[in-house]
Ligand binder design. Structure first.
Ligand SMILES: Nc1nc2c(ncn2[C@@H]2O[C@H](COP(=O)(O)OP(=O)(O)O)[C@@H](O)[C@H]2O)c(=O)[nH]1
Ligand SMILES: Nc1ncnc2c1ncn2[C@@H]1O[C@H](COP(=O)(O)OP(=O)(O)O)[C@@H](O)[C@H]1O
Length: 215
């Protein structure tokens, strides 16, 4: 009996998208989530934007030039791609497909344009979460406190925030990032429930049959 209750039932991996206006905290939440949950693979994007101090190629992004980005997009190597703040960003297809087919969940830090493209191609596998800042003033404070962008870039990000936030209603879940720990716990709760969705548990029909066979 105990053995049956502990049975590992095969499950499809899911695609967890976190989006927010720049500076609301999605990178911070993502990093903590990855530290706490070894079942998640981070999708590392390619981008044409310059590397920031403290960033590492292949860890935060794959930094490429425009001709290489165009080549990848043209040859179908990107699952989705979009232009954000004048730079190009895209999701390499290979990592995502390998992880999902191994039953692992994949975390994406991408914007609403990327979320919409994933939704158009793989709605059943997608779980989307929008992260809001507690206020506009706090958003600006966080952009300054990160200390990685010039005043001009910060002004550009603040100007785009309202546009980004206007897409919040297209997401499955919305959280306000007051406290990082609480936000991470909220995303963990979402993941826990979404992993239990009947349609994701592809091993469930065989398991149910095995239970019934013994009745
Ligand atoms: N569509 C799409 N958006 C991305 C991708 N990678 C990053 N982004 C988004 O691009 C925006 C700018 O990212 P970044 O320059 O790292 O600044 P951040 O806002 O401080 O994280 C953020 O909204 C990211 O979520 C991607 O592969 N595809
Ligand atoms: N809940 C929070 N409370 C206070 N500061 C936060 C919180 N979440 C993130 N930050 C800080 O705000 C800044 C922007 O966070 P970051 O994760 O880089 O945002 P994003 O990836 O959405 O652009 C960072 O300096 C980060 O440490």
């Amino acid at each position: 009996m105990l053995k049956t209750m502990n049975a590992k039932i095969a499950r499809r991996g899911l695609m967890l998208v976190l989006s927010s206006p720049s500076g609301a905290g999605k990178t911070t939440i993502s990093r903590r989530l990855l530290d706490r949950d070894p079942g998640i693979t981070l999708s590392v994007s390619v981008t044409t934007r310059p590397m920031r101090p403290g960033e590492q190629p292949g860890v935060h992004y794959y930094f490429v030039d425009m001709p290489e980005f165009d080549r990848m997009a043209g040859q179908g190597e990107l699952l989705e791609h979009a232009r954000v703040f004048g730079n190009c960003y895209g999701t390499p297809r290979h990592t995502v497909e390998t992880a999902l087919s191994a039953g692992r969940d994949v975390l994406f830090d991408i914007d609403w344009q990327g979320m919409q493209q994933l939704a158009a191609n793989a709605r059943a596998d997608l779980v989307s979460v929008f992260v809001l800042p507690p206020s506009g003033t706090e958003l600006e404070r966080r952009l300054h406190s990160r200390g990685q962008d010039s005043a001009e870039v910060i002004a550009q990000r603040m100007a785009k925030a309202s546009d980004e936030i206007s897409h919040w209603g297209e997401y499955d879940y919305v959280i306000v990032n007051n406290d990082v720990d609480e936000s991470v716990q909220a995303v963990q709760a979402i993941l826990r429930a979404e992993r239990l969705r009947r349609t994701r548990q592809v091993g469930m029909p065989a398991f149910v049959e095995s239970v019934q066979a013994a009745l």
